[in-house]
Design a protein around this ligand. Structure first.
Ligand SMILES: [Mg+2]
Length: 249
């Protein structure tokens, strides 16, 4: 969403370049995931782009960073995947065009404002896929009056998203907002946050996965697809931080 009283204030460190990291700087261009394919049987090990060593867990001499809690995905408790909203899953603006996917009217203090909402490429497939693997929660620094109807657009049938956290759940930090994941799940070994602003996971840096911000500038953006191999692998770890901390520099 563009400049708006509903949005958090941004700082230079929260701008687009700030997310250039070991995850987001050079995403794999071919993740092996087909957005048009039907969901298949989940894989146990990491795919391309995850940064994990290939190999079969348990095979002598084969290094693997993944430890599993069972022989198969059955019986695994779903971890929680927390997703940011603006510039991660969608972009919205008070100035729009007929190309906008949706329009929503937001009323705050009896003042109505129309927002044009653009879905990030592949977001529908992404949500469908990761909801098979994780409990999905949206955590946004935007106000509920705006974010609630946007989330409804992303999950029309209420099948994918099981929790919503808004600005009042954020922790003010400098001129922005941080998201304390303990408010969602106190067991930080079982929770991951995907957010275009690293400031958002300032409190829980080893639970954060950066993603390049999307401002409706690239219709061929594949950043959400690029995350799938890593998210596929993380769901089998005992502690997501044991993997994500390796990517911090
Ligand atoms: Mg954002």
């Amino acid at each position: 969403m563009n400049a708006s009283p509903l949005r958090r204030r941004r700082t230079s460190s929260g701008a687009s370049n700030s997310t250039a990291s070991s995850f987001g700087a050079s995403p794999p261009k071919n993740t092996g995931y087909n957005a048009n394919a039907e969901p298949s049987t989940p894989k146990r090990a990491a795919g391309r782009g995850s940064g994990l060593a290939p190999g079969t867990p348990g095979t002598p001499g084969t290094p693997s960073l993944i430890t599993t809690t069972g022989p198969a995905s059955e019986g695994l408790r779903k971890k929680t995947l927390v997703l940011d909203l603006d510039e991660t899953l969608i972009h919205s603006s008070p100035q729009g065009s007929y190309r906008a996917h949706h329009r929503i009217e937001v009323v705050i203090d009896k003042v109505a404002c129309l927002y044009y909402v653009y879905k990030r490429p592949h977001v529908d497939y992404f949500l469908r896929k990761v909801s098979e693997w994780y409990k999905i929660v949206i955590f946004t620094a935007s106000m509920a009056e705006y974010a609630d109807p946007v989330i409804d657009l992303l999950d029309v049938q209420g099948k994918y998203i099981s929790g919503r956290y808004f600005r009042e759940s954020c922790v003010p930090h400098d001129s922005s907002y941080a998201k304390d994941l303990a408010a969602v799940d106190p067991d930080l070994s079982q929770i991951v946050l995907v957010d275009n602003s690293p400031l958002s996971y300032f409190i829980n840096p080893t639970n954060g996965i950066p993603i390049q911000p999307w401002i409706n500038s690239d219709p061929k953006d594949e950043a959400l697809l690029d995350l799938l191999p890593l998210l596929d692998a993380l769901r089998f770890t005992d502690d997501v931080r044991s993997i994500l901390s390796l990517r911090l520099v």
